[in-house]
Design a protein around this ligand. Structure first.
Ligand code: FEO
Length: 171
């Protein structure tokens, strides 16, 4: 089965996006760990692992098509965050960028009449809805619970619970 050069490039770009997302969440996890947000650390370490699985899905998809995946260089994330809320706001923005990239690929697949890649991307479309909702819901906690020390401690506990929540059904 063949896919277009355009699609191939978009999928390789997606590998880089997911790799960078994994690296950014790793930086956030590490920042939470040294700052004393244990729940945030667990949450972001798990999130980083999840992004790596997304990246691997695309790597395997290309390789299975006989198109060797391009493994990219990863950008260094900032690593210095102002607050727990900042990490979650940055995360939501990053996820919105990833969602836009996935939707762009869906459009390419439609244009190419590339039904296989279209079907492959469906999982990612659904995953992004969940990811954005997750971060929106977590950010809402700051409005509901507050931003003082006790409130942040509560939100850190919510993040700990989120980190141990059952992962998405395997795709
Ligand atoms: Fe793989 Fe959170 O996007």
């Amino acid at each position: 089965m063949k896919i277009s050069k355009n699609m191939e490039k978009a999928l390789n770009d997606q590998i880089a996006l997911e790799a960078n997302a994994s690296n950014t969440y790793l930086a956030m996890a590490s920042w939470c760990e040294v700052t004393g947000y244990d729940g945030g650390a667990s949450f972001f370490y798990a999130q980083s692992d999840e992004e790596r699985t997304h990246m691997l899905k695309v790597v395997h998809y290309l390789n299975d098509l006989g198109i060797p995946a391009t493994i990219p260089a990863i950008k260094a994330p900032s690593g210095n965050y102002k607050s727990l809320e900042t990490t979650l706001k940055t995360s939501l923005k990053n996820e919105q960028v990833v969602t836009a990239a996935i939707h762009k690929m869906v459009e390419i697949a439609q244009k190419d009449k590339d039904h296989s890649t279209y079907a492959f991307l469906e999982w990612f479309v659904n995953e992004q809805v969940q990811e954005e909702t997750k971060f929106e819901t977590l950010l809402q906690k700051f409005e509901l619970i507050g931003r003082d020390k006790l409130a942040i401690n509560e939100i850190d506990k919510i993040l700990a619970a989120e980190a141990t929540a059952p992962a998405d059904a395997p795709a």
